[in-house]
Ligand binder design. Structure first.
Ligand code: DX5
Ligand code: ZN
Length: 218
């Protein structure tokens, strides 16, 4: 079952409550929240108070993508703010295994993300420990960038490894996902699609979500 996770990075930040309520009513499965610290990525977005505020306006799971250094210092805060899924970057964690288990101690789903230049092998040793791998299909930092086709083989590789160990893993993709790219990544084995511009950038959000879902299943 494919999940569509609109990224609020492309929403109207002054109207976040109604924006998330609208995409929930339009068929979204998760709400993707991009947290950036200005160090791990060259942009600054939001923190736990905004996650908490958003959680009051939706019953959908909040899928928190931490593009920050030292994420281990903030897991408790994002858990308390209402995150259902917390994803940390492999590149940002010296003790990745420990951080993953820190997330799971809160009863949340734990994800690990890899940048376009990071090989799939960076997550192989923790595959059995995580609920989700996020394969970045753009360099993180900004919405509205072009999909990088060279990342797709990593989705296939990770899907294959998960099958080999019999692990029911979610594979999320993030960056430049729209109808055409949704088809490509789902065919490779992705099952959670983040879409910022392709949902929040469109006036008819319900039509946008249905179009991505239809393309993913085609
Ligand atoms: C990129 C973020 C993405 C971004 C995706 O750093 O992690 O979640 O919002 O935006 P689009 O779908 O517009 O590429
Ligand atoms: Zn993201």
């Amino acid at each position: 079952m494919i999940k569509i996770a609109p990224s609020i990075l492309s929403a109207d930040f002054a109207a976040l409550g109604s924006e998330v309520a609208e995409v929930e009513a339009s068929g979204a499965d998760w709400i993707h929240v991009d947290v950036m610290d200005g160090h791990f990525v060259p942009n600054i977005t939001l923190g736990p108070p905004i996650v908490k505020a958003v959680s009051a306006h939706t019953s959908l799971p909040l899928d928190v993508h931490l593009m920050i250094e030292k994420p281990e210092l903030y897991i408790a805060d994002f858990a308390a703010a209402g995150a259902a899924v917390i994803t940390v970057h492999a590149e940002a964690c010296v003790h990745l295994h420990r951080v993953i288990h820190q997330i799971k101690e809160y009863g949340l789903l734990a994800g690990v993300a890899i940048n376009p230049a990071t090989p799939a092998s960076a997550v192989k040793e923790v595959l059995a420990d995580v609920d989700m791998v996020l394969v970045m299909t753009v360099n993180p930092g900004f919405g509205g960038q072009a999909f990088i086709p060279g990342t797709v083989h990593k989705i296939r590789e990770i899907r294959q490894w998960a099958a080999e160990i019999g692990h029911d893993l979610r594979i999320e993709v993030d960056g430049g996902i729209a109808q055409a790219t949704a088809r490509v990544v789902c065919e490779a084995g992705a099952d959670v699609l983040v879409a910022g511009n392709a949902v929040f950038g469109q006036s008819d959000r319900a039509a946008a979500i249905s179009a991505i879902r239809a393309a993913a299943a085609a």
